[in-house]
Design a protein around this ligand. Structure first.
Ligand SMILES: [Zn+2]
Length: 316
């Protein structure tokens, strides 16, 4: 009975296996424990087969062949962003404008520097090219009791020039300042009290720069001052930002006559004639001390430069 049962189990087991593989039921041929074990084996095979199929399916889903189709959608796109502009707080605690990009020289036409720029000579003002070699005369520290003589000499020779003034002195000689403006001379500011700005605190820098602009424009009119020249050529980043925020250019120079040291007048002449190149900016003084040597030198400087082919231009 048991042997028969085993044989029956084997026959029915194969049938059950085939039934399982074809998906039909086998409940009607199961009548004892042996058959039940075969059925269990079949179920195991079935389960294993299913598992293998499932595994195959999973492997198929992760096959690299399908990866290129999804890559464009899932790859993060990196977009370059400029670094944030830091907020600069001024001495009053209020945010300042971001630092202005200042090229070495930037010019509007005809000797007018771009607001916020800094220059030492006129090299980048292409509008002056048709004039041939040009040179600019500038005078600092006035107006003073010597300024009228210098202005009269310049007018006599028909030479334009630029004056960077200490504005309390401008207030004292307001009529002269207005006449200089009417005569076509260009006027800039040189602080109120000739302060060495790099050594000054921000409050003093504001007072000396903004205050001097306000004082001069009270005489010449709003928006007429286009340039600032720092005393001693002394400045720091805050000074440059402050000047730029007021729409002015920072005016330096390329030939220093050192006339404030009161050399002989012919020494001043020699420094200009020997140093002058096309687009030079010459630094002299119409205030700050006895300017007799500067006045004596001026006709020789003018004639000497003209003999060398230079044309005079104003800046600012
Ligand atoms: Zn000065």
């Amino acid at each position: 009975m048991r042997r028969y049962g085993v044989l029956t189990a084997g026959v029915f087991g194969v049938s059950a296996l085939l039934a399982a593989c074809t998906g039909t039921t086998r409940a009607d041929v199961i009548d004892d424990g042996s058959i039940q074990r075969v059925s269990t084996t079949v179920a195991t095979i079935e389960t294993t087969s299913t598992a293998v199929e499932d595994t195959t399916t999973i492997v198929t889903d992760t096959t690299p062949e399908t990866t290129p189709e999804t890559t464009p959608d899932t790859t993060p796109v990196t977009i370059w962003q400029p670094p944030p502009v830091p907020t600069v707080l001024g001495p009053t605690g209020a945010p300042m404008k971001p630092p202005v990009v200042r090229p070495a020289a930037a010019w509007l036409p005809n000797g007018v520097p771009a607001p916020g720029s800094m220059f030492r000579d006129l090299a980048a003002d292409e509008s002056l090219a048709p004039m041939g070699p040009v040179v600019a005369l500038t005078f600092d520290d006035g107006p003073s009791q010597y300024t009228t003589q210098i202005v009269n000499l310049l007018k006599l020779y028909g030479v334009p020039a630029t004056f960077f003034q200490l504005t309390p002195q401008s207030q004292q000689r307001a009529d002269l300042v207005r006449q200089m403006q009417a005569d076509g001379f260009r006027l800039g500011v040189h602080t109120k009290n000739h302060v060495k700005l790099a050594d000054a605190d921000p409050g003093t820098q504001i007072d000396q720069i903004v205050g001097s602009i306000d004082q001069l424009e009270a005489i010449t009119g709003p928006g007429t001052v286009r340039c600032f020249r720092p005393p001693y050529g002394s400045y720091d980043q805050y000074v440059l930002d402050l000047v730029a925020s007021k729409g002015l250019a920072t005016a330096m120079w390329s030939i220093d006559t050192l006339d404030w040291e009161k050399p002989d007048w012919f020494t001043i002449v020699g420094r200009v004639l020997n140093g002058a190149q096309d687009r030079s900016v010459v630094l002299m003084h119409d205030g700050g001390g006895d300017r007799t040597a500067t006045i004596l030198a001026l006709p020789w400087i003018i004639q000497g430069l003209r003999d060398r082919g230079f044309t005079f231009v104003a800046v600012c």
